[in-house]
Ligand binder design. Sequence first.
Ligand SMILES: [Fe+2]
Length: 465
Amino acid sequence: MVVLEPMYWRLGFCTEKFFVLRLSVETGTPRRYAISGRGDKVLPKVRLLQIGDIHLVSNAGNKAFVDDKDTTFPLNLKNIISRSPIKTVFRRIFEIIKEQDIDAVLFMGDLTDYGKLDGYEACSKYIASALQLGSKGLYRDIPVGIVPGNHDINRTLALKPGISTKFTPLVEALTGAGLPPLPVNKAMHRSVEKGNARIELFLLNSCWGCGEESYIPPEFRSQIAAAIKTVMGGPDSDAAIKAYYDRQLDTPAFSEETIESVVTKMETLSGAAMPVLVAHHNLLPQRRPRLAPYTELVNGGALRGALGELGRPVIYLHGHIHEDPIEVLQLPGGFPVVSISAPDIPKGFNLIDVLFGENAVALACHVTPYRVDKSGILKRENTISIALNNGRKRSSDRNTGIIYGKILEVGQIYWAELTKHFLDEAHGLDEQRLTIIVEQLQAEGSIMIDNYDLSPTHWILRAEK
Ligand SMILES: [Fe+2]
């Protein structure tokens, strides 16, 4: 594993302006391995990258330092995204893809701004080149999932005949860059497996009503549609288009077929299967009051209710709100529906581990936020653990009780110290068994593990009385 010659990519264009991304990365044989040989020493897990709204055009628009070694482009168009947060964040995502045994990379939509198709094309190329994903990339074997966002829908396209016409150029842009297509009519489903760990991934289109006149209530549809058209074609059309997308003057919705196909498919899956749904829009209303018409999914409640009654835990990943709440919804006697929002890309992204027990049943979901701080530094924050096993305690054997008691007694203990106490003949434990016990304790919410995304030698275990 060597090589490492710098390689430069030049990408894309967007609307009025050409822009160039020059990203230097080290390339060579794809490296995919677990840090410090975690491998089979820990409980099986599926590791996902959740990447929020990219909005490549606006987020790439910072004036910046130019490392000008290419004289073929006009001066004012070069490297406009150098030093922008998007570049920092993408570099880190690339490093994680290269080094951390990622099982799927998931994009929450809004690749572009205000329905600009050339921005969408540029973003598709950016993802494929900068992260080396898709059929043309070094990491072509890593599954990629992309869903449409409301900003990806062009209003003019939405007015053309055929309800799915507005998605066609988006799919063409993705496939042109070697990336997989979007879900349109139905959810797209695939299984992602690693050893005994297995998730069922569903990509959903929540943008049926975006830009769609027919979703405006019929009593005032023609008047509203005409008014939108007039203002957008008027003298201040840029401001009008911005207001239109920012204020969500459209109707986010799933198709009935989408909800039905997801629920039907889940009913056929084994009890241990762990569904992970991906859509652009939030399932629950955002926390901050939002004064805009049709701002939430009009049939989000239908999907939420169906998921809550499935009799199994579900993880729902989304973007759209540019914030990052993690919310757990649970009906009495039911299983949790865990909703995880990724922030927009200048703020960072999420690394998500779905952890499985030795019986292949999902135990917990660990979310590690990577966030840009106020100094512009991208930092890995503490992992947030969410139990998926309905609060059931699974730690029953003698050693588990003793180890938990020790952590509880001291409040905080380093991994090295814990192994000194318990890796002996008296306890009959080896490092693998000790790791599994500790992970199970974390999964049930009894303890917390700092630096969990690193190898056990970096772990700090904490428990509160
Ligand atoms: Fe967005």
